[in-house]
Design a binder for this molecule. Structure first.
Ligand code: G4P
Length: 222
């Protein structure tokens, strides 16, 4: 019969082992994600990249695990206490990142909830891509003054969702360690908007151009 400490060690053992033996480099995961985008993604227009088969509808869990490991490695030793995402497509990579960092993950809600009604912080976010607005919501009880938060999301386009998340988290008293993004549409202003607020943006695939049948990336610096 294991005692509590033994059970906790057993639970954490695979993560510790994985962190020690994990030899993935940033370039490997960027290449893998870009190849997957080229193989399975569809540029629907000059603005929209469809990645329903592995991010937005069906989810590739192995890829999400590798992405989470990479985000965790990049933001290691920054004293991150929580990973925050915006529902729904950011949840999978945020969870794998939080798991690798061994910290809680918080989902910012877009829908008003009947059960989530205590001490709420809210801010309006307008999506230019979808032409909609929603009230991004955080329950204050999950953020404390000394929290240092990493924000993870699937796409960075105009930076509105991430800016909304930063507003809420700052209002709650947290500091922002950075933003981790799977696919940045670098021809849109999201990155500049966040950098102008003093926020580090760490993106994996950086799309420089979309057109019907065309998907191009910013080459990785060596
Ligand atoms: P922004 O936050 O950077 O300003 O982006 P914007 O409002 O323009 O986009 C909002 C929604 O549209 C987000 O999803 C975002 O992930 C998605 N999005 C933006 N550009 C693309 C794209 O080229 N392809 C795809 N597939 N999605 C894109 P959301 O509303 O939060 O939806 P979800 O997380 O529930 O999937």
């Amino acid at each position: 019969m294991q005692n509590k400490e033994q059970r906790e060690n057993a639970f954490h053992a695979p993560f510790v082992l994985k962190n020690i033996t994990n030899t993935y480099l940033r370039g490997d995961i960027v290449k893998e994600l870009e190849e997957k985008i080229l193989k399975e993604g569809h540029a629907l227009s000059e603005n929209i990249l469809k990645v329903d088969s592995f991010i937005n509808h069906q989810v590739d869990p192995v890829l999400m695990q590798q992405i989470g490991d990479d985000f965790a490695r990049h933001f290691a030793n920054r004293g991150i206490t929580k990973v925050v995402t915006i529902e729904s497509s950011g949840i999978a990579p945020a969870l794998t990142t939080a798991s690798a960092l061994k910290v809680p993950m918080i989902i910012l809600k877009k829908q008003p909830s009947k059960v989530l009604n205590d001490n709420l912080l809210q801010t309006v976010v307008t999506s230019f891509t979808k032409g909609t607005s929603y009230e991004l919501t955080l329950s204050h009880q999950f953020i404390e003054d000394n929290d240092n938060v990493l924000i993870i999301d699937d796409f960075l386009a105009n930076g509105e969702a991430a800016s909304g998340a930063i507003r809420l988290l700052t209002e709650a008293g947290a500091s922002i360690a950075g933003v981790g993004i799977l696919i940045e549409k670098s021809f849109q202003p999201g990155r500049e908007k966040l950098i102008a607020q003093g926020i580090e943006v760490y993106s994996l695939a950086r799309v420089s151009k979309l057109a019907k049948g065309v998907i191009e990336f910013i080459p990785e610096e060596n």
